[in-house]
Ligand binder design. Sequence first.
Ligand SMILES: NC(=O)c1ccc[n+]([C@@H]2O[C@H](COP(=O)([O-])OP(=O)(O)OC[C@H]3O[C@@H](n4cnc5c(N)ncnc54)[C@H](O)[C@@H]3O)[C@@H](O)[C@H]2O)c1
Length: 299
Amino acid sequence: MSAPDGTSPDPEPGPEAGPEAGPDTGAEAGPEAAAEVGFAGQGVVVTGAGRGIGAAVARAFAAAGARVVVNDLDGDAARAVAADCGGTALPGDAASVDGIAALVDAARTVLAREGAELDVWCANAGVAPVGGADAPVAAWTAAWEVNVLAHVRAADLLLPRWLERGSGRFVATVSAAGLLTMLGSAPYAVTKHGALAFAEWLAATYRHRGLRVHALCPQGVRTAMLASTGAVGEALLAPTALEPAQVAATLLDALAADRFLVLPHPEVADYATARAGDPDRWLAGMNRLQRQLEQEGAL
Ligand SMILES: NC(=O)c1ccc[n+]([C@@H]2O[C@H](COP(=O)([O-])OP(=O)(O)OC[C@H]3O[C@@H](n4cnc5c(N)ncnc54)[C@H](O)[C@@H]3O)[C@@H](O)[C@H]2O)c1
């Protein structure tokens, strides 16, 4: 089975490409900015929020006073989370063209009734298919649809209003796999890189027009997705896995601090730096890990 997050064998920082690298760090937000951001009365949609990380994010926003719309393919699960946190359930597919359009429309209507706008979109729904180049086309397509195109389609519908009024917040649940890789799951690793690339592109393109973008990139989180990863997840992720509520709390802190990259496992920053600074060394380490997992029968 694949695991739902990125892994890295080599936590040593490389000599370059540290957090300062790049044309503009954009790190303008200080404590005062953090204090100014409040979520009371904000309209928030969380996709894939019937369980796991999405459910925790919905609960955290609700606890911060936001008006929350809880989406999931699983209607009963969405209704249970919504009832629990005082939100509104809008079950359905948050990836297809028609599903996203219906969700955006319905969410705007529901939030308007509560005197709110659609201020924050959390593109959280995700799938983690297994396999490599030989994975079925359907698995690649599902990963592409849910992990990447869902984000693109939502942004396409949300941007006109957000740019018109000069504010909006797009939260992409990516994964450390989007910064690193995921042994055992090429579709997951590739599409999570795509999700991160799209989030970066959005931030680079629209920051000056009031759009705020955040990419949530955890390693293991104790959810049904992690439980489904079997021996690989057990070996690579379980030891440092976090609870969904911890991840949600880190996310809300990062939003308040206006940070793009949200790393509930801070060591992922070192792994990413090592990968960027010495890709060959990093890849050699990843391949060592692959061979170890093969020997253990996990892959
Ligand atoms: N669990 C981890 O270790 C981990 C680590 C890093 C990133 N992530 C990412 O976090 C996100 C949430 O993962 P999770 O662990 O909570 O998973 P999960 O499988 O426990 O929950 C995902 C939810 O999304 C829903 N969903 C799937 N496709 C959907 C669609 N098209 N429309 C609406 N809902 C849909 C599912 O029904 C499910 O309730 C995913 O994007 C995942 O890739 C998870």
